[in-house]
Design a protein around this ligand. Sequence first.
Ligand code: GLY
Length: 350
Amino acid sequence: MDNIKVTSDIDYEVFVDSSWRGFIEGILETHKKVLVIAPTFVADRAQLKELCASSNRVLFITPDGEAQKDFATVERLWSILGEQEFGRTDAIVAVGGGATTDLAGFVAATWLRGIAWYAIPTTLAGMVDASVGGKTGINTLSGKNLVGSFYSPRAVCADMEWLVSLGDRDFSAGLAEVIKTGCIKDLSILDLLEGVSGIAEARTLSSELVSRSISVKAQVVSADFKESKFREILNFGHTFGHAIEKLSGYSLRHGESVAIGLHYAARLSEEVFGFSQTDRITQTLLKFELPISVGREEFSWPDLLSLMAGDKKSRDGRIRFIGLRALGEPDWIETASPELLFATYEKIIR
Ligand code: GLY
Protein backbone atom coordinates (compact mmCIF):
# COMPACT_ATOMS: atom_id res chain seq x y z
CA MET A 1 0.00 0.00 0.00
CA ASP A 2 1.40 3.45 -0.93
CA ASN A 3 2.16 5.90 1.84
CA ILE A 4 -0.12 8.93 1.96
CA LYS A 5 1.50 12.36 2.07
CA VAL A 6 0.14 15.31 4.04
CA THR A 7 1.38 18.85 3.41
CA SER A 8 0.82 21.19 6.35
CA ASP A 9 2.84 22.91 9.10
CA ILE A 10 5.00 19.80 8.81
CA ASP A 11 5.04 17.60 5.70
CA TYR A 12 4.66 14.00 6.76
CA GLU A 13 3.56 10.56 5.69
CA VAL A 14 0.87 8.19 6.84
CA PHE A 15 1.93 4.55 6.57
CA VAL A 16 -1.11 2.34 6.00
CA ASP A 17 -0.88 -1.39 6.62
CA SER A 18 2.66 -1.07 7.84
CA SER A 19 4.08 -2.73 10.99
CA TRP A 20 3.68 -0.48 14.04
CA ARG A 21 6.53 -2.32 15.76
CA GLY A 22 8.99 -1.46 12.99
CA PHE A 23 7.66 2.12 13.10
CA ILE A 24 8.17 2.58 16.86
CA GLU A 25 11.58 0.93 16.78
CA GLY A 26 12.63 3.49 14.16
CA ILE A 27 11.44 6.32 16.43
CA LEU A 28 13.29 4.89 19.43
CA GLU A 29 16.47 4.79 17.35
CA THR A 30 16.01 8.35 16.01
CA HIS A 31 15.34 10.21 19.28
CA LYS A 32 17.44 10.06 22.41
CA LYS A 33 14.45 10.32 24.77
CA VAL A 34 10.95 9.11 23.98
CA LEU A 35 7.75 9.37 26.01
CA VAL A 36 5.19 6.75 24.99
CA ILE A 37 1.58 7.54 25.93
CA ALA A 38 -1.00 4.74 25.88
CA PRO A 39 -4.07 3.51 27.77
CA THR A 40 -3.67 0.39 29.94
CA PHE A 41 -5.27 -2.16 27.64
CA VAL A 42 -3.14 -1.04 24.69
CA ALA A 43 0.04 -0.95 26.78
CA ASP A 44 -0.64 -4.48 28.09
CA ARG A 45 -1.55 -5.92 24.74
CA ALA A 46 1.44 -4.44 22.97
CA GLN A 47 3.87 -5.06 25.84
CA LEU A 48 4.85 -1.41 25.88
CA LYS A 49 6.31 -1.76 29.39
CA GLU A 50 8.95 -4.11 28.05
CA LEU A 51 9.56 -1.84 25.06
CA CYS A 52 10.14 1.13 27.36
CA ALA A 53 12.28 -0.76 29.88
CA SER A 54 15.60 0.87 28.94
CA SER A 55 16.70 4.29 30.12
CA ASN A 56 15.51 7.36 28.23
CA ARG A 57 12.20 5.65 27.41
CA VAL A 58 9.22 6.57 29.54
CA LEU A 59 5.80 4.94 29.42
CA PHE A 60 2.81 6.96 30.63
CA ILE A 61 -0.46 5.09 31.08
CA THR A 62 -3.47 7.30 30.40
CA PRO A 63 -6.95 6.98 31.81
CA ASP A 64 -9.35 5.40 29.26
CA GLY A 65 -11.46 7.29 26.76
CA GLU A 66 -12.33 11.00 26.84
CA ALA A 67 -11.34 11.18 30.55
CA GLN A 68 -7.67 11.40 29.54
CA LYS A 69 -8.22 14.63 27.60
CA ASP A 70 -8.21 16.84 30.66
CA PHE A 71 -5.94 19.48 32.10
CA ALA A 72 -4.87 17.34 35.08
CA THR A 73 -3.47 14.68 32.73
CA VAL A 74 -1.67 17.34 30.68
CA GLU A 75 -0.09 18.76 33.85
CA ARG A 76 1.11 15.30 34.91
CA LEU A 77 2.66 14.81 31.48
CA TRP A 78 4.37 18.23 31.58
CA SER A 79 5.80 17.29 35.00
CA ILE A 80 7.24 14.06 33.61
CA LEU A 81 8.75 15.87 30.64
CA GLY A 82 10.31 18.38 33.06
CA GLU A 83 11.64 15.74 35.47
CA GLN A 84 13.13 13.74 32.60
CA GLU A 85 14.56 16.89 31.02
CA PHE A 86 12.97 16.37 27.62
CA GLY A 87 14.52 18.72 25.08
CA ARG A 88 13.70 19.89 21.59
CA THR A 89 15.16 16.82 19.87
CA ASP A 90 13.19 14.34 22.00
CA ALA A 91 9.79 12.93 21.07
CA ILE A 92 6.38 11.72 22.17
CA VAL A 93 4.60 8.68 20.70
CA ALA A 94 0.85 8.16 21.11
CA VAL A 95 -0.36 4.57 20.92
CA GLY A 96 -4.13 4.50 21.27
CA GLY A 97 -7.45 5.81 20.01
CA GLY A 98 -8.37 9.36 19.06
CA ALA A 99 -8.42 10.60 22.65
CA THR A 100 -4.81 9.48 23.17
CA THR A 101 -3.52 11.01 19.94
CA ASP A 102 -5.39 14.29 20.67
CA LEU A 103 -3.85 14.43 24.16
CA ALA A 104 -0.31 13.44 23.14
CA GLY A 105 -0.31 15.87 20.22
CA PHE A 106 -1.39 18.69 22.51
CA VAL A 107 1.33 17.93 25.05
CA ALA A 108 3.90 17.79 22.23
CA ALA A 109 2.62 21.10 20.83
CA THR A 110 2.97 22.87 24.16
CA TRP A 111 6.21 21.42 25.55
CA LEU A 112 9.08 23.81 24.70
CA ARG A 113 6.65 25.32 22.15
CA GLY A 114 6.65 22.11 20.16
CA ILE A 115 8.56 18.84 20.11
CA ALA A 116 8.19 15.92 17.67
CA TRP A 117 5.29 13.52 18.10
CA TYR A 118 4.16 10.40 16.28
CA ALA A 119 0.79 8.65 16.14
CA ILE A 120 0.07 4.94 16.19
CA PRO A 121 -3.75 4.88 16.10
CA THR A 122 -5.27 1.65 17.41
CA THR A 123 -8.93 2.24 16.51
CA LEU A 124 -10.65 2.73 13.17
CA ALA A 125 -11.82 6.25 14.16
CA GLY A 126 -8.29 7.11 15.25
CA MET A 127 -6.86 5.92 11.94
CA VAL A 128 -9.28 7.64 9.59
CA ASP A 129 -9.80 10.84 11.55
CA ALA A 130 -8.11 11.83 14.80
CA SER A 131 -4.49 10.90 14.10
CA VAL A 132 -4.27 12.65 10.73
CA GLY A 133 -4.60 16.40 10.27
CA GLY A 134 -2.88 17.84 13.31
CA LYS A 135 -5.92 18.81 15.38
CA THR A 136 -4.75 18.25 18.93
CA GLY A 137 -6.48 19.22 22.15
CA ILE A 138 -8.26 18.53 25.38
CA ASN A 139 -11.77 18.99 26.79
CA THR A 140 -12.76 21.60 29.35
CA LEU A 141 -15.97 22.28 31.26
CA SER A 142 -17.01 24.55 28.39
CA GLY A 143 -16.92 21.77 25.83
CA LYS A 144 -15.06 19.22 23.76
CA ASN A 145 -11.79 20.17 22.07
CA LEU A 146 -12.14 23.87 22.93
CA VAL A 147 -8.51 24.04 24.06
CA GLY A 148 -6.00 22.85 21.53
CA SER A 149 -3.57 23.50 18.78
CA PHE A 150 -3.03 22.68 15.11
CA TYR A 151 0.19 20.70 15.37
CA SER A 152 0.98 17.83 13.03
CA PRO A 153 2.69 14.57 13.92
CA ARG A 154 6.01 13.71 12.24
CA ALA A 155 4.47 10.49 10.91
CA VAL A 156 1.48 8.21 11.45
CA CYS A 157 1.39 4.42 11.26
CA ALA A 158 -2.02 2.78 10.72
CA ASP A 159 -1.43 -0.94 11.22
CA MET A 160 -4.53 -3.05 10.53
CA GLU A 161 -3.34 -5.54 13.17
CA TRP A 162 -5.00 -3.35 15.83
CA LEU A 163 -8.41 -3.66 14.21
CA VAL A 164 -8.50 -7.45 14.58
CA SER A 165 -9.17 -7.15 18.31
CA LEU A 166 -11.27 -3.97 18.07
CA GLY A 167 -14.83 -4.74 19.22
CA ASP A 168 -17.73 -4.45 16.81
CA ARG A 169 -19.16 -1.38 18.53
CA ASP A 170 -15.90 0.54 18.14
CA PHE A 171 -15.35 -0.71 14.62
CA SER A 172 -18.83 0.52 13.64
CA ALA A 173 -18.25 3.85 15.36
CA GLY A 174 -15.17 4.27 13.17
CA LEU A 175 -17.23 3.34 10.12
CA ALA A 176 -19.41 6.41 10.75
CA GLU A 177 -16.40 8.62 9.92
CA VAL A 178 -15.63 6.41 6.92
CA ILE A 179 -19.24 6.80 5.69
CA LYS A 180 -18.98 10.58 6.24
CA THR A 181 -15.90 10.62 4.01
CA GLY A 182 -17.77 8.65 1.37
CA CYS A 183 -20.63 11.17 1.48
CA ILE A 184 -18.49 14.28 1.11
CA LYS A 185 -15.89 13.16 -1.37
CA ASP A 186 -15.23 9.52 -2.27
CA LEU A 187 -18.41 7.79 -3.39
CA SER A 188 -16.52 4.55 -4.02
CA ILE A 189 -16.41 4.17 -0.21
CA LEU A 190 -20.21 4.03 -0.20
CA ASP A 191 -20.18 1.54 -3.09
CA LEU A 192 -17.73 -0.68 -1.19
CA LEU A 193 -19.85 -0.59 1.98
CA GLU A 194 -23.04 -1.24 0.04
CA GLY A 195 -21.42 -4.38 -1.36
CA VAL A 196 -20.95 -6.04 2.04
CA SER A 197 -23.51 -7.66 4.31
CA GLY A 198 -22.44 -6.18 7.66
CA ILE A 199 -19.66 -5.48 10.13
CA ALA A 200 -17.79 -8.78 9.71
CA GLU A 201 -17.50 -8.41 5.96
CA ALA A 202 -16.65 -4.70 6.23
CA ARG A 203 -13.66 -5.71 8.39
CA THR A 204 -12.18 -7.55 5.40
CA LEU A 205 -12.07 -4.20 3.57
CA SER A 206 -10.35 -2.37 6.43
CA SER A 207 -7.16 -1.50 4.67
CA GLU A 208 -8.90 -0.16 1.55
CA LEU A 209 -11.43 1.81 3.61
CA VAL A 210 -8.69 3.27 5.81
CA SER A 211 -6.50 4.14 2.85
CA ARG A 212 -9.34 5.83 0.92
CA SER A 213 -10.54 7.77 3.96
CA ILE A 214 -7.06 8.98 4.90
CA SER A 215 -6.40 10.01 1.28
CA VAL A 216 -9.47 12.27 1.35
CA LYS A 217 -8.49 13.70 4.71
CA ALA A 218 -4.91 14.27 3.54
CA GLN A 219 -6.14 16.19 0.46
CA VAL A 220 -8.49 18.38 2.49
CA VAL A 221 -6.00 19.08 5.29
CA SER A 222 -3.21 19.82 2.81
CA ALA A 223 -5.46 22.42 1.16
CA ASP A 224 -6.64 24.11 4.39
CA PHE A 225 -4.65 22.99 7.42
CA LYS A 226 -5.95 25.66 9.84
CA GLU A 227 -9.58 25.29 8.76
CA SER A 228 -10.04 28.74 7.31
CA LYS A 229 -13.08 27.24 5.59
CA PHE A 230 -12.64 24.29 3.19
CA ARG A 231 -11.55 21.86 5.92
CA GLU A 232 -14.96 22.32 7.54
CA ILE A 233 -16.39 19.83 5.03
CA LEU A 234 -14.83 17.14 7.25
CA ASN A 235 -17.35 18.23 9.87
CA PHE A 236 -20.35 16.95 7.92
CA GLY A 237 -22.62 15.49 10.62
CA HIS A 238 -20.57 17.01 13.43
CA THR A 239 -22.56 20.14 14.43
CA PHE A 240 -25.50 18.04 15.58
CA GLY A 241 -23.24 15.06 16.38
CA HIS A 242 -21.05 16.95 18.86
CA ALA A 243 -24.15 18.23 20.68
CA ILE A 244 -25.50 14.68 20.92
CA GLU A 245 -22.16 13.36 22.15
CA LYS A 246 -21.91 16.02 24.88
CA LEU A 247 -25.55 15.61 25.93
CA SER A 248 -25.10 11.84 26.20
CA GLY A 249 -22.33 12.53 28.76
CA TYR A 250 -19.99 10.80 26.27
CA SER A 251 -21.86 7.51 26.80
CA LEU A 252 -22.33 7.47 23.02
CA ARG A 253 -19.16 6.96 21.01
CA HIS A 254 -18.07 9.93 18.88
CA GLY A 255 -18.84 7.92 15.74
CA GLU A 256 -22.30 6.94 16.99
CA SER A 257 -23.10 10.60 17.66
CA VAL A 258 -21.75 11.52 14.22
CA ALA A 259 -24.02 8.86 12.65
CA ILE A 260 -27.05 10.63 14.15
CA GLY A 261 -25.55 13.95 13.03
CA LEU A 262 -25.15 12.66 9.46
CA HIS A 263 -28.85 11.79 9.41
CA TYR A 264 -29.76 15.26 10.74
CA ALA A 265 -27.49 17.05 8.24
CA ALA A 266 -28.85 14.95 5.36
CA ARG A 267 -32.48 15.77 6.30
CA LEU A 268 -31.58 19.46 6.62
CA SER A 269 -29.94 19.27 3.19
CA GLU A 270 -33.22 17.97 1.72
CA GLU A 271 -34.94 21.23 2.64
CA VAL A 272 -32.05 23.59 1.90
CA PHE A 273 -30.52 22.02 -1.23
CA GLY A 274 -33.14 19.53 -2.42
CA PHE A 275 -30.80 16.66 -1.49
CA SER A 276 -32.46 13.38 -2.40
CA GLN A 277 -30.22 10.57 -1.16
CA THR A 278 -30.77 10.53 2.59
CA ASP A 279 -32.03 6.94 2.41
CA ARG A 280 -28.74 5.77 0.89
CA ILE A 281 -26.90 7.24 3.87
CA THR A 282 -29.28 5.96 6.55
CA GLN A 283 -29.44 2.44 5.07
CA THR A 284 -25.65 2.26 5.13
CA LEU A 285 -25.50 3.50 8.73
CA LEU A 286 -28.17 1.02 9.83
CA LYS A 287 -26.39 -1.88 8.15
CA PHE A 288 -23.48 -1.32 10.51
CA GLU A 289 -25.76 -1.04 13.54
CA LEU A 290 -25.21 2.68 13.92
CA PRO A 291 -27.93 4.84 15.50
CA ILE A 292 -29.71 7.37 13.28
CA SER A 293 -32.25 8.81 15.73
CA VAL A 294 -32.61 9.86 19.36
CA GLY A 295 -35.35 9.99 22.01
CA ARG A 296 -37.02 13.31 22.74
CA GLU A 297 -36.72 12.84 26.51
CA GLU A 298 -32.95 12.40 26.79
CA PHE A 299 -32.13 14.73 23.90
CA SER A 300 -34.41 17.74 24.22
CA TRP A 301 -34.37 20.41 21.50
CA PRO A 302 -33.51 23.34 23.84
CA ASP A 303 -30.48 21.46 25.19
CA LEU A 304 -29.26 20.48 21.73
CA LEU A 305 -29.81 23.99 20.39
CA SER A 306 -27.82 25.57 23.17
CA LEU A 307 -24.93 23.12 22.68
CA MET A 308 -24.95 23.68 18.91
CA ALA A 309 -24.78 27.44 19.45
CA GLY A 310 -21.46 26.84 21.25
CA ASP A 311 -20.05 24.84 18.33
CA LYS A 312 -16.71 26.07 16.96
CA LYS A 313 -18.32 26.59 13.53
CA SER A 314 -20.91 29.05 14.87
CA ARG A 315 -20.47 32.66 13.72
CA ASP A 316 -22.23 35.64 15.36
CA GLY A 317 -24.67 33.30 17.08
CA ARG A 318 -25.58 31.58 13.80
CA ILE A 319 -25.32 27.81 13.85
CA ARG A 320 -23.54 26.55 10.75
CA PHE A 321 -23.78 23.10 9.22
CA ILE A 322 -22.12 21.25 6.40
CA GLY A 323 -24.84 19.92 4.13
CA LEU A 324 -24.92 18.06 0.83
CA ARG A 325 -26.20 19.30 -2.53
CA ALA A 326 -25.58 15.76 -3.76
CA LEU A 327 -23.34 12.93 -2.61
CA GLY A 328 -19.78 14.17 -3.07
CA GLU A 329 -20.93 17.83 -3.19
CA PRO A 330 -20.77 19.31 0.31
CA ASP A 331 -21.81 22.91 0.90
CA TRP A 332 -22.33 25.25 3.85
CA ILE A 333 -25.71 25.85 5.48
CA GLU A 334 -25.39 29.17 7.30
CA THR A 335 -28.81 30.72 7.43
CA ALA A 336 -31.25 27.95 8.33
CA SER A 337 -34.14 29.39 10.36
CA PRO A 338 -34.77 28.18 13.92
CA GLU A 339 -38.11 26.77 12.66
CA LEU A 340 -36.35 24.68 10.01
CA LEU A 341 -33.75 23.43 12.49
CA PHE A 342 -36.52 22.35 14.85
CA ALA A 343 -38.59 20.76 12.06
CA THR A 344 -35.50 18.74 11.07
CA TYR A 345 -35.05 17.60 14.68
CA GLU A 346 -38.67 16.37 14.62
CA LYS A 347 -37.79 14.21 11.59
CA ILE A 348 -35.05 12.32 13.36
CA ILE A 349 -36.78 11.78 16.68
CA ARG A 350 -37.91 8.23 17.36
N1 GLY B 1 -12.17 15.84 12.47
C1 GLY B 1 -12.27 16.86 11.51
C2 GLY B 1 -10.97 17.49 11.16
O1 GLY B 1 -9.92 16.93 11.45
O2 GLY B 1 -10.95 18.54 10.58
